[in-house]
Design a protein around this ligand. Sequence first.
Ligand SMILES: [Zn+2]
Length: 359
Amino acid sequence: MATHKRAETLMDSVCEDMEEKPEPYFSFGIIADIQYADIDNGYNFMKTRMRYYRNSLTLLKEAVQEWDSESTKPKFILQLGDIIDGFNVPQKTSDTSLAIILAEMEKLKIPFHHIWGNHEFYNFKRKYLMESKLNSKPLEDEIGQLTINEDTSETRSDQESFYGYHFSPYPGFRFLLIDCYDLSVIGRDTMSIKYGMSLKLLKEKNPNEDLNSPRGLEEEQFVQFNGGVSGAQLNWINSVLASSDEQDEKVVVIGHLPIHLDSTDAICLAWNYKEILSALQSHPCVIGYFAGHDHDGGYSVDASGIHHITFKGVIETPPENQAFGTMYMYEDKMVLKGRGLVLSKTLHYRNGRKEEPVH
Ligand SMILES: [Zn+2]
């Protein structure tokens, strides 16, 4: 009862008031699922939504111009994954399309933090991504011993490593990028341990011949275009968040796949979303979780008061519209200024520091 009431209070606190004073500590931009390809418009797999493959470049250009024209420029931009579309593969344009998109982003002279989604893995191998500009890990913090892929036997090998890091753009705030395709049958070398584990798990959960089909599934998220987080990565996430709890930081976690059912269609959730959610909820420092992947977008606040935002995808945004945002960070709240299909919201931080986490 108390839990329910608390969630309602948080929901009520979401308002559209954009007149904020005093000045925010800092701001950052967010954009999701650009999925650029130099091909004609076409419908999605379900034939329900038009995809504007070529125009997504134009929308990105406009977003870059608008971020550049803000009086106080964003400190960084979060690119939430699926930067180019899988249709680049048959066209043999993966490299050129990525170069075109990155050239637009570089005009901004603001660092981009890149998340990797399923379309990154349709186009490129992990090894290629690690050596590409889509690996923004060099922007990470160096905070003592808490570095990515700590020296554990599970993560020592390149083939088994995950892509994740964290950074603090302002005292008291931290951003943690996680790898939702750590356990996956796309992107992993077929000889790797994680590929074998992932295929076994997927086949146990999904008896369909087409592993991209959710037909008849009890847990709809077990499809090939999703993935999950390994035990080693969960341990690393917990260690980073424990350190942030101790330092009384506020942490935003970012991954390609949503992890809260009320913020997305169930078919877009991470395989082990419950485990990831439970880990985040057990750390009072976590104030938000941002994802892409579900082009319709979504928003929810969970029982612990963590705000879950699934950002609308650029790829399914009509040419006359837009889909990006700027987030302004304050002492007690974050204020999202959405453009086009991305709604504006004021999101008060969870008040969990003095309470036990609620599951
Ligand atoms: Zn995706």
